[in-house]
Design a protein around this ligand. Structure first.
Ligand code: AR6
Length: 169
């Protein structure tokens, strides 16, 4: 698996799929979800509405409308409630569900934001370990490359440090 950390607004990336840190209604919100819906335009909301909802830890795939990427994979992340309520397992499940869709659709490159670490309050360091470990445990043919998209200096440093332990070439 090829993997890199990129500090960027995920809506600007021209990749096969970007992941949206959504909520179970799939009807948009703040954070990266709001940015993705704003940049994609109303077609995305209309398509999301057809799913009804999506459980925490699962994922759905849509078209990308006005975004430069080809698909958007929407996954409702786990809400942090202190750590003893299955939050880590659910966050891992988010990454697995997205990777599984990328595999089904034979997507080469997928970009993840740091799911659950904004409004949902998941501690960044623990979330980055789950993200990187889950991606490197994935051993199917697709995706071939994962981009961990960070939005702050702190997240960028943490992800680079965690990734450097796996990316020994
Ligand atoms: N590009 C890349 N990363 C971003 C961007 C962006 N444009 N904007 C924010 N981030 P959050 P959550 C980072 O709050 O915690 C929404 O209302 C941000 O710095 O977007 O999973 C949904 O509808 C943080 O590290 O998602 C849900 O209700 C990470 O993305 C709820 O928020 C995730 O922060 C989901 O909360």
């Amino acid at each position: 698996m090829l993997a890199e950390v990129l500090k960027s607004d995920i809506t600007r990336l021209d990749v096969d799929a970007i992941v949206n840190a959504a909520n179970r209604s799939l009807l948009g919100g703040g954070g990266v979800d709001g940015a993705i819906h704003r940049a994609a335009g109303p077609g995305l909301l209309e398509e999301c509405g057809k799913f009804g909802h999506c459980d925490t830890g699962k994922a759905v795939i849509t078209k990308a409308y006005n975004l430069p990427c080809r698909h958007v994979i929407h996954t409702p992340g786990s809400v942090w409630r202190g750590g003893g309520n299955g939050e880590a397992e659910l966050l891992k499940s988010c990454y697995m569900s997205c990777l599984s869709l990328a595999c089904d659709y034979e997507l080469e490159t997928i970009a993840f934001p740091s799911i659950s670490t904004g409004i949902y309050g998941f501690p960044l360091r623990e979330a980055s370990h789950i993200a990187v470990f889950t991606v490197f445990s994935w051993n199917k043919d697709f995706p071939r490359k994962v981009i961990f998209v960070t939005f702050s200096e702190e997240a960028t440093e943490i992800y680079r440090e965690v990734l450097s332990r796996f990316n020994v070439r």
